[in-house]
Design a protein around this ligand. Structure first.
Ligand code: PLP
Length: 393
């Protein structure tokens, strides 16, 4: 007679096999994952100290140096999303009692300020119009008036669609004051020109799920020699053990040892996405983003819509357009998703209801996606009886 065992838990979940739709992702990220990246992520698991896996890390470092245009030794993929990389740079470069300069308006400056406060730093804010990039003269004034140790700014702003020019000038102002720069390239890396060494920026992070078209979870980061020396000479340990770069580099350095278990399959994916960048070539990739997004903007303007930033500060990887008076922004977003399987997003924070944010990133940055989006947008606007008289015959 068999033994029958009765378990106390009676409601066994029956979720069924995963069945998600295939969408055209043209929001502020994630973008569509390249098929080659998806395949790479399905490769067999390896232990994180397996010599074959350590080769994967070496390849990633080399490919990232190309993508960032840097020779920095401290070039790696941090575990976690862009926010973890942001917190890594601030938590390692800023010591308690030191001062960080950030932009006051906008979503990301505020996030940087909150992180600076949490590590015990002081914050000085730059008062910049939400529709403009940071002006180097304002940065020079802020440095003249305050004792600033670290200056953090966003290169491609995903909330406003503004591309920050004059990066080399911003970095040189900070350097002249013995301060360090942190540049957020989450939305720009591999989609628009980023030159870490030529521009002289000290710590730069990107994102896997935007112009690299990989899965979220491992984030490109590079730290220059000057910033590395500051981190190694810190008087206090960084508050976060997990994000302490000196510890993390024990795994990513020349003689790897365990720090934490890295997300191995995501790193396979990142390696493949970076291989795609190298195959296409950075300049060709920047041009593709500009050309495809240029066609998108032209098509939207033909529909009578208006780009939010001035053309001089346009960020091709994230196009922000104003929602016309009388149009329900959320209804348009819902229409595109339900009728065309296309994801775009509305404004974030103080720009909620004011704009649509339309990404043109990595594998999603293709003319066929733009054509589908423009057709869907025209229909969505017509459904709201928006005056289409601006549409050219
Ligand atoms: N910085 C910018 C400019 C971003 O657009 C984002 C996210 O979209 C982040 C930082 C945070 O990245 P994540 O959401 O991957 O943590």
């Amino acid at each position: 007679m068999g033994i029958s065992v009765e378990f106390g838990m009676s409601n066994r979940p029956d979720a069924g096999q995963l069945n998600v739709p295939s969408r055209i992702l043209m929001g502020p990220g994630p973008s569509m994952i390249s098929p080659r990246v998806r395949e790479a992520m399905a490769a067999p698991a390896l232990g994180y100290m397996d010599p074959d896996f350590l080769d994967v890390l070496d390849d990633i470092q080399e490919l990232l140096q190309y993508t960032f245009q840097t020779d920095n030794d401290w070039t790696l993929a941090t575990s976690g999303t862009g926010t973890a990389a942001m917190e890594t740079t601030i938590g390692n470069l800023l010591e308690p009692g030191e001062t960080m300069l950030v932009r006051e308006s906008g979503y990301w400056g505020d996030r940087m300020a909150q992180m600076a406060h949490r590590v015990g730093g002081e914050v000085v804010s730059l008062d910049v119009s939400p529709t403009a990039p940071i002006d180097p003269d304002d940065v020079a004034d802020a440095f003249a008036d305050n004792d600033i140790d670290v200056f953090g700014f966003t290169h491609g702003d995903t909330t406003t669609g503004i591309l920050q020019p004059d990066v080399a000038e911003l970095a040189s102002i900070a350097r002249d004051h013995d301060a360090y720069t942190i540049m957020d390239c989450v939305t720009s890396l591999s989609g628009v020109e980023v030159q870490v060494d030529d521009w002289g920026v000290d710590a730069v992070y990107g994102s896997p799920q935007k112009c690299l078209s990989c899965t979220p979870g491992v984030t490109p980061l590079t730290v220059g020699d000057r910033a590395r020396e500051k981190i190694l000479d810190r008087e206090t340990d960084p508050k976060s053990w997990y994000l302490d770069l000196t510890g993390v580099m024990e795994y990513w350095g020349d003689d790897p040892s365990y720090h934490h278990t890295p997300p191995t399959s995501s790193l396979y994916g990142l390696r493949e996405s970076l291989r795609l960048v190298a195959e296409e070539g950075l300049e060709a990739r920047w041009k593709r983003h500009r050309d495809v997004a240029g066609a998108l903007v032209e098509g939207l303007e033909d529909l009578g819509l208006e780009l939010f930033p001035d053309r001089d500060h346009w960020l091709p990887s994230l196009n922000t357009v104003r929602v016309p008076d009388g149009v329900d922004d959320a209804a348009v977003i819902d229409f595109l998703l339900s009728e065309y399987d296309i994801e775009i997003a509305g404004g974030l924070g103080e720009l909620s209801g004011e704009l649509w944010r339309i990404g043109c990133m990595g594998h999603s940055a293709r003319h066929q996606n733009v054509a589908a989006l423009l057709t869907g947008m025209e229909e969505a606007l017509a459904a709201q009886e928006y005056d289409t008289s601006a549409i050219e015959a």
